[in-house]
Structures are given as C-alpha cells and as structure tokens.
Design a protein around this ligand. Structure first.
Ligand code: KDO
Length: 362
C-alpha cells in the first residue's frame, strides 16, 4: 500500500518513543527502560508545554481506525473499550477513535498496523486471509451456522490456533472476535428472488477483495468491488443494484433509505477480529496487556449484546419503513454457494478438515 493511499498523514505522536520495543532486553528491563523513557519525555514536555503536555506524553496512545459509521455498534464499542481502560488504569491510555474510514481506508488497516502507524482495528476474515489463507474459511458462505456457533469456534481451539498463526505471520495480535451480524441481500429495486438464478445480472456491491467478490459471484450475482463509504451513494444513483450486509449495518448506514427489498439469504455469519499491532503489544507490560484484553472483551460483549437484540427487531422496522422483506429458498443458495467453493482455488486455500472441524463444533 503506497503512503499516498492513506487519506490522513500520520505524524509521530507523543508517547511513541516510550512505546518502541528495545531489542535484546528481558521484559522487566525493557519495561523499566520504557518507563524511564516516558519519564524523560514527560520531563521534557513539562519544560516545553507545562503539566498537561507532561501528562499526555506519559500516556500510551492507541489509535483505532474503522470504516464503521458512528451509529453502528462496532463503532460505539470503541468508546466502551476506552472507558474500560480508563477505569482499569486511569490516565494511562489515550485511545483515539477514528470512524468512517477517516484515518485509514477499509482494508488498509493490517498494513498500517504492521508499519507501526496504527495500533488497533477490527479486521475482517478477508483481511486476515491475505496472509493466513486458512482464515479464508470464514469468508465462505454458509460456513458458520449462527452467532453461537461463531463464538464456540473463535473462543475454542480453532480460534486459538488461527490467532497464533495471525500473530506469527502478520505482526498483529488478535484479542477477540465480535459478531458483525448475518449478511443479507439488500436490493435497490424489488424482484422475485427464490434461487441464485434469480440474481443473474444483478450488480451486487461487495467489499474490494478476492474473497468477497468470489462470494458475490457464488450467490449468482455480478459482484462489483466498492468501499463501504461509497455504497449509499452508489445505491442512490443506481451505479449498483444491491449490496450485502447484516441488518444492523443496513440501518446504521441508512441503506434502507435507498433500497426497496431485503432478501433473507443469511449467507454469511460475519465477524471481525479485534487486533492490536505487535509493536504496541510488545511495549505494554503484563498488566497493560491484561487491561487491553479485558477492554477488548468488554467492547465485544457490548457490541454482541446490542447487535443481536437489534438484529432480531429490524425486520419489523424495515417493513415499517416500506421495504419488502422476502425469504428465498435458502437451501438452494447454500447448495450453489458450497458447490462454487468446492471446485475453486479459493476453496482449496484452507485444509478440508478445517471446514469439517468447524462444522463439528457444537
Ligand atoms: C462491508 O464493507 O460491507 C463491511 O460489512 C465488511 C466488513 O468486513 C467491515 O469492514 C464492515 O464493512 C465495516 O466495518 C463497516 O461496517
């Protein structure tokens, strides 16, 4: 990713030097050196900028970047994350939350984290599959049955092993996986959709990556890549005919204002992995790490609880808004999607037994 791809220039922030890992030292010594560095910086800031600057210099800056819109639960959960850290360690962390893709573009977060320009993000399976192909199994339609199944898989041995692979391959440390919702089709103009054949020729916007586009095609549509932030306008102007997202996202991004139908294909039980850059993680002591883990869990719990509740209420809400809500032949979609993956390169990117172990997880 070229530097010019980043919409907002990132400058060195106060506290950055205090967080840089020092190679070849044991953790205790590294921690005391970091503390000494922070104190030295604090002293300098005191001289230059007074007590407020000194306090800021000693805080660990954690920048968060997400494409999520402010009213979405997985945007609001970052405030819960910040509050949890503030309660556990008052004044120790400075969590800076950047919403709607204003700091980094959707999909650019992993490389920004690996380069030390970003500390925290919630990453999609497609983002992780680029370096850890097994993660691609979660980009495939109809892999996970429901939110409970997702939780069992990610909180169990499969999740643990995949998290370790991500840490080894990507210079980022997964902390927890949130439920983003179950993805449904959302059409600009209503049509009769029973099976994938009924989507022929439909321009379906998907996030811009090979895995997402494959899923769109497997559903029977013509997949078109587009960033999340551009979907509303594209629906409004007719550049695209449809998009897919979980119902809470449809509401938060107001896609129901520019669409007429939701087809309940339930094709992907979607999740995002909250992860911290390895650089930021290494600069934390054990207590700091425990606080960050607890904060990530609190954020996930907040998101999951609210999202599940809202998801259950939204069909009624969208009907009230005048949208048609239709249920297709989901088995026909499941069969077509599974067949598409079975014979493809993308389906071969993860070991067959992984999909079987996921299916067997209860
Ligand atoms: C989207 O672009 O459709 C998507 O739902 C993909 C997810 O992986 C995630 O990036 C999400 O957008 C954003 O967080 C916005 O809700």
């Amino acid at each position: 990713m070229a530097e010019s791809d980043f919409p907002v220039p990132v400058s060195t922030l106060p506290g950055e030097a205090a967080r840089a890992p020092v190679q070849g030292l044991d953790a205790g010594r590294r921690e005391s050196l970091c503390r000494a560095g922070a104190l030295a910086l604090g002293g300098l800031a005191m001289t230059l900028g007074g007590p407020a600057a000194a306090q800021n210099a000693a805080r660990t800056v954690l920048r968060v970047s997400t494409p999520a819109v402010p009213d979405d639960w997985h945007a609001r959960m970052w405030t819960v994350f910040r509050q949890s850290l503030e309660t556990a360690a008052p004044g120790a962390f400075d969590v800076q939350i950047h919403l709607s893709g204003t700091l980094f573009k959707q999909g650019a977060e992993p490389s920004a984290m690996a380069r030390g320009n970003l500390e925290l993000a919630a990453l999609s399976a497609a983002d992780l599959a680029r370096r850890v192909p097994e993660f691609g199994v979660f980009t495939a339609g109809y892999t996970l049955r429901d939110p409970a199944h997702q939780r069992q898989v990610f909180d169990g041995p499969i999740g643990e092993a995949l998290y370790r692979r991500v840490t080894a391959e990507m210079d980022i440390v997964p902390l927890a996986t949130l439920y983003l919702g179950t993805r449904q089709l959302n059409l600009r103009d209503a049509r009769n959709v029973r099976t994938p054949a009924d989507l022929k020729g439909l321009k379906l916007r998907m996030p811009a990556s090979r895995e997402w586009l494959f899923l769109g095609e497997a559903l029977g549509a013509t997949a078109m890549p587009l960033a999340f932030g551009e979907v509303y306008l594209a629906l409004k102007t007719g550049t695209i005919d449809a998009q897919d997202n979980p119902l809470p996202t449809v509401r938060a991004a107001k896609f129901h204002e520019v669409t007429r139908q939701i087809v309940l294909t339930s094709h992907l039980v979607d999740g995002l992995v909250i992860a911290v850059s390895a650089k930021a993680w290494q600069a934390l002591d054990e207590r700091g790490r425990a606080h960050v883990r607890t904060a990530a869990r609190a954020a996930v719990d907040f998101n999951n609880e609210n999202r599940l509740k809202e998801e259950a209420e939204l069909v009624a809400f969208f009907r009230q808004q005048g949208l048609q809500i239709t249920t297709p032949d989901v088995d026909a979609f499941r069969r077509a999607v599974r067949q598409a993956y079975a014979g493809s390169d993308i389906g071969r990117a993860w070991p067959a037994e992984l999909a079987e172990r996921i299916a067997a997880t209860r």
